[in-house]
Design a protein around this ligand. Structure first.
Ligand code: NDP
Length: 240
């Protein structure tokens, strides 16, 4: 079985990626942080080719533990660093060190540590593919809402470019996807549940996106069809 780990795969964009990955014949490890019920429900829907694995990826010890669990399943051919958070909409005056630590630990440190563990394994297995889920915020900056989140995604993009060049000779491709505004619960965690509805008409395509529209791009980057693509960051943002 070809295993793919989708971090934060229990809901939102990650769940859409997990569903499409199973449909394309992968076995999927669905990581989540806290909401076990949703992860278990998704795994039941996906059938035998999926498992739910809890781990808070902002903590190195939990990253290491998660990959040790994956080792028992079989070789890892793909990693999708999808888990990400933002905090309440605020200008910079409302941001303190604790918030910055939380945002960067989940959005930057977690993906980097997961990549380290994946590269360690993929290097000895003849290669693999990694996709880092960034955000169009890395280009737009998210003024007045969450410049910290945008900066964390900018860091992730730079990491994607560097790691792609570093591990290309080991047969590992590393790419990024920058979603635009997508209908998920992440906006509620920022304090505006209706944000996707509000911003949709302002996108060149005239609407916000659906999680499935991100999943298609991710599955392409994971696949052999993207065999000559590495270090690329694909905007899937309705033209923003
Ligand atoms: P959601 O808030 O809907 O889901 C987040 C997922 O990540 C959940 O499965 C959650 O698990 C998990 N998660 C959060 N923190 C951690 C952690 N520390 N360790 C492990 N898992 C964690 O988010 P979206 O689906 O909207 O976003 C997915 C990715 O796409 C993020 O990286 C986000 O930044 C990015 N993105 C989203 C956009 C959007 O408009 N929705 C736009 C651009 C980028 P649990 O359920 O247990 O809490």
């Amino acid at each position: 079985m070809k295993w793919v780990l989708v971090t934060g795969g229990s809901r939102g964009i990650g769940a859409a990626i997990a569903r499409l990955a199973v449909a394309r014949g992968y076995a999927v490890a669905v990581n989540y942080r806290r909401r076990a019920e949703e992860a278990e429900k998704l795994v039941a829907e996906l059938g035998g080719a999926a498992v739910a694995l809890p781990a808070d990826l902002s903590r190195e010890s939990e990253v290491v533990r998660l990959f040790a669990q994956l080792d028992k399943l079989g070789p890892l051919c793909g990693l999708v660093n999808n888990a990400g958070i933002l905090e309440r909409q605020s200008d910079i005056l409302g941001m303190d060190e604790g918030r910055l630590q939380r945002v960067f630990a989940t959005n930057v440190f977690g993906p980097i540590l997961c990549c380290r563990e994946a590269v360690r394994r993929m290097s000895t297995q003849g290669g693999g593919a990694i996709v880092n889920i960034s955000s169009i915020a890395a280009r737009l900056g998210s003024p007045g809402e969450y410049v910290d989140y945008a900066a964390s995604k900018g860091a992730l993009d730079t990491f994607t470019i560097g790691l792609a060049r570093e591990v290309a000779s080991r047969g590992i491709r590393v790419n990024g996807v920058r979603p635009g505004v997508i209908h998920t619960e992440i906006h509620a965690s920022g304090g505006e549940a209706g944000r996707a509805e509000r911003l949709g008409p302002g996108a060149p395509l005239g609407r916000s996106g659906q999680p499935e529209e991100i999943a298609g791009a991710v599955l392409w980057l994971l696949s052999e069809e993207a065999s000559y693509t590495t270090g690329a960051i694909l905007d899937v943002s309705g033209g923003r």
